[in-house]
Design a protein around this ligand. Structure first.
Ligand code: AP5
Length: 210
């Protein structure tokens, strides 16, 4: 299974990617998480990406395509993968096609803009492993502590309400056209993203059976 998870910032791509990775036994590749790790380690890519991310803008296509290409060449991707946050522009989708990679399904998690800002204000992420929580909808067992690795939970810099609005604009302008791109080749499936987390997982698994 080669799957793309699409949707606006905060749609739940990371949350569902984490669950599906375990259920389907394939790796989730999150470009956002890769970039945040690169920033933490202050690699060349991290230094370049930091300002774009903090401003809610997309990192240049050539930078992202290079890191995804390298990641997809690793052995764990041979049996399939879940892409979270890539592609995000038409040129990125074309670059993926040019790598000779055939995508099976593209699942769009649909959440209206008005729900997004509220969701983002309650999100907490692990400083160490990047796992995502919510102060009401997905609470950690111990407040402020990651269930997976025990790391400290923090608020993402780009979750400030004004940056979230910029990210939503970028999504509508540059990423949403991908829905048509994948609908034309019959790969797009949409799921309602405002339901509880478990119900969305069930909806995704159902559309994967089509
Ligand atoms: P990235 O990390 O990919 O950010 P994003 O797409 O904006 O998505 P988020 O991580 O914010 O949200 P999500 O959909 O994963 O939702 P989550 O599961 O956390 O990218 C960050 C930045 O990196 C970009 O802005 C860009 O600068 C750069 N970048 C990354 N990829 C790039 C690319 N390909 N090209 C160029 N630049 C790139 O859920 C959100 C919250 O809601 C959580 O608190 C969660 O617990 C909660 N939640 C989840 N599901 C539900 C539910 N069903 N009900 C209630 N709450 C829920």
């Amino acid at each position: 299974m080669r799957l793309i998870l699409m949707g606006p910032p905060g749609a739940g791509k990371g949350t569902q990617g984490e669950i599906l990775e375990k259920k389907l036994g394939i790796s989730t590749i999150s470009t956002g998480l890769m970039l945040r790790t690169a920033i933490k380690e202050q690699t060349e890519v991290g230094k370049l990406a930091e300002q774009y991310i903090n401003d809610g803008k997309l990192v240049p296509d050539d930078v992202i395509v290079a890191i995804v290409k390298e990641r997809l060449s690793q052995p764990d991707c041979e049996k399939g993968f879940i892409l979270d946050g890539f592609p995000r522009t038409i040129p990125q989708a074309e670059a993926l096609d040019n790598m000779g990679i055939i995508i099976d399904k593209v699942v769009d998690i649909d959440v209206p803009d008005e729900n997004i800002v509220n969701r983002m204000s309650g999100r907490r992420v692990c400083k160490a492993c990047g796992s995502s929580y919510h102060i009401e909808n997905k609470k950690p067992k111990v407040e402020g502590v990651c269930d997976s690795c025990g790391g400290e939970l923090q608020i993402r810099k780009d979750d400030a309400p004004e940056t979230v609005l910029d990210r939503l604009n970028v999504y509508h302008e540059q990423t949403e056209p991908l829905k048509d791109y994948y609908a034309k080749c019959g790969k797009l499936r949409s799921v309602e993203g405002t339901a509880p987390i478990k119900e969305i997982t069930a909806s995704i698994l159902k559309v994967l059976e089509d």
